[in-house]
Design a protein around this ligand. Structure first.
Ligand SMILES: *Cc1c(COP(=O)(O)O)cnc(C)c1O
Length: 386
């Protein structure tokens, strides 16, 4: 299916709404039936009916259809946040007594799900360095039911060989789930590499304007319908029709934004790598990345996230640099119009006591839609404050 068709036409039935170009926000909690028989049919197959908005809503369906097509999936189901989608996907594959192998350093709340939440329900989790598929194999047990991936991951961008991990899982009748938020569906399609379920935080690139939150799971119709009947309907973490509409609007410009972000990021990296105050760059597409070849194999293009290690042992200097930036907002998240930094130093207290797994001289960048020169000038003056 062509990208332009997916983003501009798929799932849109304009004749149903006065040929309006922009889709309607069907802000309704429920849908009426004409006859008892109609209602009976819907109750028997709620996954494919418009009965109640905690199940399906036409504005949300439109978004789900586009996301499924972008990931090459049969079906997709949308949630009110990325972590709601991660949690529902993971829970859908497990029961008490099962074991999960998960990459170390996943997204923070995924880590909480794995290490604090699942053990309460009798599920054991082993975290592994996923840069070597062999580590997954070694950690597997007879009761391993799920291999969890996030490639590249969120701060230092380690990758897993997605096809190899998926093949390993298949050979042992395990499921695989990947968090594909980093790449967006334009740059990596893990279902085509054999993964069972792909999850996105739509809060990031898909929304693209830092004004809404959402999540999605993409996969086979069978797996998605099972999630619909169990985790989705009972946990109730739905995407609202209005937020679905904002995400649909975000999708219209996704390719243009991704292109622009990729190009500006390449320019910023080309400048940053020459700065003596920068010790190291974490960036999948940097030749210094030991997984550079894997990046070129799995990812279609670079995105806007990279992390630099500043050449200093003084947390105060790291803070001076971060506090001096004028045009980068200091904030979580990424994928919007605005450039951001996220300093690992924020995990440390004033005496630089160790709080997280990341060194305090690491600063994650996200490059937004501003001009490269405007951003480079800002980094240049902030590096002088080091
Ligand atoms: C932001 C993020 C999430 C969580 O998404 P929310 O929309 O914030 O709930 C999950 N995984 C990754 C990789 C993320 O960056």
């Amino acid at each position: 299916m062509e990208l332009s068709y997916i983003l501009n036409e798929l799932g849109e039935d304009r004749e149903l709404y006065y040929n309006a170009v922009a889709p309607p926000i069907l802000q309704t909690s429920n849908f009426a039936s004409k006859t008892v028989d109609d209602m009976r049919r819907m109750l028997l197959n709620e996954a494919e009916s418009y009965l109640y908005t905690r199940g399906n809503n036409p504005t949300v369906t439109m978004f789900e259809k586009k996301m499924a097509a972008l990931e090459g999936a049969e079906h997709a189901i949308a949630f009110g946040s990325g972590i709601a989608a991660v949690s529902a996907a993971v829970l859908s594959q497990l029961k008490a007594g099962d074991h999960v192998v998960c990459i170390e350093k996943p997204y923070g709340w995924t880590n909480v799900l794995m290490n604090r939440f699942l053990p309460r329900f009798g599920v054991e989790v082993t975290m592994v360095d996923g840069t070597d598929t062999e580590n997954y194999r070694k950690a597997m047990r007879p009761n391993t039911r799920l291999l969890y991936l996030e490639s590249p991951n969120s701060f230092t961008f380690e990758q897993q060989d997605i096809a190899a991990v998926a093949a390993l899982a298949k050979a042992h009748a395990c499921s695989t789930i990947i968090d594909n938020s980093f790449a967006s569906p334009l740059n990596q399609n893990p279902l085509l590499m054999g993964v069972d379920l792909v999850v996105h935080s739509c809060t990031k690139y898909i929304g693209g304007h830092s004004d809404t939150m959402g999540g999605v799971i993409c996969g086979s119709r069978d797996l998605i319908n099972k999630i619909f009947e169990r985790e989705f309907m009972t946990l109730g973490a739905i995407l609202s029709p209005h937020d679905a509409w904002l995400l649909l609007r975000g999708l219209r410009t996704l390719p243009v934004r991704m292109e622009r972000v990729a190009e500006t990021t390449r320019k910023v990296i080309a400048w940053i790598e020459k700065q003596e105050q920068v010790e190291k760059i974490y960036y999948p597409f940097h030749p210094s990345n030991p997984q550079y070849e894997l990046a070129k194999k799995q990812l279609r293009n670079n995105t806007g996230q990279f992390t630099i290690a500043l050449k200093t042992n003084d947390i105060g200097k790291v803070e001076n640099f971060c506090n001096s930036l004028q045009h980068f907002l200091m904030a979580a998240s990424w994928g919007g119009h605005e450039s951001l930094i996220y300093p690992a130093a924020a995990y440390y207290d004033k005496s630089s006591n160790y709080k997280g797994k990341l060194d305090f001289n690491l600063v994650r960048f996200y490059i937004g839609l501003e001009d490269a020169d405007y951003l480079i000038k800002d980094i240049e003056q902030a590096l002088k404050q080091l």
